[in-house]
Design a protein around this ligand. Sequence first.
Ligand code: MG
Ligand code: MG
Length: 631
Amino acid sequence: MKTSIATVSISGTLREKLAAIASAGFDGVEIFEADFLAFDGTPADVGKIVADHGLEITMFQPFRDFEGMPPPQRARAFDRAERKFDLMQQLGTDLVLVCSNVSPLAIGGIERAAADFHELGERAKKRGLRVGYEALAWGRHINDHRDAWEVVRRADHPNIGLILDSFHTLSRGIDVESIRSIPGDRIFIVQLADAPLVKMDYLFWSRHFRTMPGQGDFDLVAFMRAVAATGYAGPLSLEIFNDQFRGGSPKSISVDGKRSLIHLMDQVAREEPAVAQPPVPMPDRIAVRGVEFIEFSADEAEAETLATILRTMGFRFAGRHKNKHVDLYRQGGINIVVNTEQEGFAHSSYLVHGTSAYAIGLKVEDAAATVERARALGAETFAEQRAPGELSIPAIRGVGGGVLYFLDERSDLARVWEIEFNLVAATNEPDAGLTRIDHIAQTMNYEEMLSWVLFYVSIFRTRKLPAVDVVDPAGLVRSQVIESTDAALRLTLNGAENPRTLAGHFMSRSFGSSIQHLALATDDLLATAERMAALGFEALDVPYNYYDDVEARFGLEPEEIERLRQHRILYDRDEAGEYLQMYSRSYGDGFFFEIIERRGTYAGYGAANAPVRIASQKRALNLDDRIAATL
Ligand code: MG
Ligand code: MG
């Protein structure tokens, strides 16, 4: 698989872009004319920088408004083409993209366009150049790859070929199966972009909202399966116009681009093994079986506060690490680890972020295979110095520089608690009925969200749900659910832009992305709430008005409403079932626990209640005043 990316896809100067593209491991680059024009050097200089980075120029683009012009403009279009040909030769590339004409002057007709391309092919041939024709979704006469292919077919010239761009095909909902009958050697390049499904003018949608494959809603696997069936063996080139990426880090966006192509072609090869090669040999996406533990880093004093909160939630101290200041608290199938070491990664994480849930332990079928896949996708592996007798737990770096550990049943990893901890015997004291970790909420900068979506969906067998906006009194927070189909792993990613929002404040206080809340499940929240209240748990206050609204919306009996109100439980219901949720007060820089009960097959996260919860949390922290004082 030859990979390429258009310079327009990332931010920076042309030099910065080329350096980032090369270091992410791409083979080639599409030089966008605007990037070249802004460059203070000759075309040969560009060609040299590209070559010095070990890249090749896969294509120069765009050349606009060429085919089907009436007489005076037609001659000028050919003159313009000759000048582009000069430039291409100086740059050292043999392929140019001609996008379908959008000029009001353009005259329609497949035959006319084909004749123009035949003539252009003759001129290109004299210079040893090739011309690719792309149907823009908003082209005046040609806006469908099937018509563009018909133009190319009738132009009947070896130097004229077709360019496919997944955005133009998928945005218009054109059947991708129509690609299968195109001869692969007549396709000069394939450009890839994903996008969220929105109703919008094609041009505006394309210029601002394209994303890397896997980050949007298009079926790029189906598109590439059809392309693979043609025998096409040329570059796969990302052409991503995205406002966020233009302002983002060239390095991380290039890395995401490479990851998106490897992930896409891995899926295509698995579904179309007769015609598609895997890009890198690696295990299939990893099925997560559950969350084994969450680890906090803290200092001694804060660890004591955290331990107190955990006890009021029915957790009990279950043991201490044999060599480290690391305590284990347990309830049901939940393991919470509190690390107060004065050295090592947890401590550096504490120094940077303060008390935080910096590591997640996931149960998987094969921990080594998980790291192998993550590494093939460009994720950073993680390992720490170990004392004798300690296990080497396979791990990678995750959101906010945190750690994802992987545990399986194949080795001693299955006995990590027995091996590394001095466990204490369980008491007969009843717990609070918490059974498992239901979901993990990670807060991050809005700009990072697409990156982490791709991270999770490419490594793990998960899917992303449509993003929703959560209303904070101070602004919107974008919320994106990532989950495995069996719900063994549920993550909510919250993207904050505004420091006045609760999520934004948490971000600024904890110096970067982190886990902001953990949702723990019970089979009976009313009983759990009663037990926790007896243990001294302080639930987040809920405004009185909220319950009048719940009563009116859902028609609950007054006694039911009273019990919810008494325990400060929020309520939601849909066709599938009911969702009851209760929150802890915020702790540290804004971390909190959520206790939930799912009834029936309710699969949501109580998003409708989020504004009430956020307002209550901000009130409890007196946050609006404190934020105002710092801004
Ligand atoms: Mg394109
Ligand atoms: Mg939640």
